[in-house]
Design a binder for this molecule. Structure first.
Ligand code: GDP
Ligand code: MN
Length: 379
């Protein structure tokens, strides 16, 4: 789950990072009231779950109340990379002398939290990684010890070799980010930019935190951080139906049991020149209700021109799944062709059941994928 900058700022603040104050508003009037309370100048910042807000015109410096009013009016309702801005953060503007990037993420290869930091802050780290990879400092944190003082100072000095005071501030900021990261069960935490003011004061003026969905049960209070309006509606419905679903841009809707098989199915769709419309793992059940929910979610997408079931029957019996599919398709008004590949336990019985329907049977995964792509292309 991704959270907004203002929420990330709260998490960082709770863990001792220096973060300027601020409040969110959903209208120009409210933004003006906050600016009056904080004192000018302020920044008005779009709160959307995507980066690059500055470049898109969603982060504005405001010297006067008129500026606040005008910028807030322009930014609320603005579209940034298909995210509608519903709220702006109003926060005191600071004098920036230097910008740094401080970030951490879970590195699955090393099984550790991996620090990435750079003196080239303010720009997207992906860009720095491409243009100037040696400008990024890396460090894998040993979970037994956390980020030790000497390691933190070492990283700080790599970022700021000429000023031990600022190096210490950077090192200490990294330690606090790590504490926040672990406490929140984050998968990513980023401050871009961390700045030094013209007076040498260090501040976090942006905050990005992704929370690990698999750990959310340990943080019932985080449920209120969820921005339901900003979630993809189909992903929200899937979560509520207990389906693991990710929307993609293609036209072949995929319903698969098992995450690994679902990935392999998407790979094969790509391999044969098609585009999967989604990732979906319906899990190890033949429950028709789950199949109905899954189909309903996939069919909301007008791009979907064919549906591909790829089911491996193990403990789940193929004939049960086939009954589930037949029942589910009977409940819905489906206009796109459905290709079904069932293999494993009781597959003959399953095929016999499907024989009397409009569903297009396929014996192998390759055949099923190719048929689905062909049918999607003809639609
Ligand atoms: P992002 O574009 O979504 O990453 O949004 P940021 O919060 O990082 O803001 C974008 C840029 O706006 C920053 O990199 C800064 O250069 C600038 N900015 C943000 N806050 C301030 C501020 O208080 N003062 C000044 N002078 N610039 C700011
Ligand atoms: Mn930023």
């Amino acid at each position: 789950m991704n959270i907004h900058e203002y929420q990330g700022r709260d998490v960082f603040r709770q863990h001792g990072l220096p973060v300027p104050p601020g409040k969110v508003a959903d209208s120009a009037d409210k933004a003006v009231a906050i600016a009056k309370e904080l004192g000018l100048p302020v920044m008005v910042k779009a709160q959307v779950l995507t980066g690059g807000r500055g470049k898109a015109g969603g982060v504005k410096f405001c010297a006067t109340i008129e500026d606040v009013e005008e910028n807030a009016r322009n930014i609320v309702g603005m579209d940034i990379k298909s995210h509608t801005v519903r709220k702006v953060l109003v926060t005191p503007a600071v004098d920036i002398a230097e910008e740094f990037y401080l970030g951490m993420l879970v590195d699955r290869r090393s099984g550790r939290v991996h620090v990435m930091a750079s003196a080239e802050g303010g720009v997207e780290i992906e860009q720095v990684a491409k243009d100037n990879p040696e400008a990024i400092v890396h460090h894998a944190i040993d979970p037994r010890y956390g980020l030790l003082d000497h390691e933190a100072l070492g990283l700080g000095l790599k970022l700021y070799p000429t000023d031990i005071k600022k190096a210490r501030q950077l090192g200490s900021a990294l330690q606090k980010i790590y504490t926040a990261f672990v406490a929140a069960d984050a998968s990513l935490a980023e401050i871009n930019p961390w700045i030094f003011t013209t007076k040498g004061e260090g501040l976090a003026i942006d905050a990005k935190i992704n929370l690990d969905d698999n750990a959310l049960f340990r943080h019932p209070n985080y449920e209120e951080l969820r921005d339901r309006l900003s979630e993809d509606p189909s992903e929200r419905q899937a979560r509520e139906a207990d389906l693991s679903f990710v929307k993609l841009q293609g036209n072949v809707g995929c319903l698969v049991n098992g995450a690994g098989l679902a990935m392999a199915t998407m790979d094969l769709v790509k391999y044969y020149g098609g585009q999967p419309a989604n990732f979906l793992d319906i899990g190890g059940s033949s429950n028709p209700e789950k199949v109905v929910n899954a189909l309903r979610i996939i069919l909301q997408d007008d791009e979907v021109k064919a549906i591909l079931f790829n089911i491996f029957g193990g403990i789940t019996r193929c004939d049960d799944v086939a009954r589930g599919i037949i029942e589910a398709t009977g409940q819905l008004d489906i206009k796109v062709p459905i290709v079904v590949r069932l293999t494993g336990t009781n597959e003959e019985e399953a095929r016999a059941l499907l024989a009397g329907t409009d569903l297009v049977p396929a014996a192998t995964m390759d055949e099923a994928v190719q048929k689905a792509i062909e049918l999607a292309g003809n639609a």
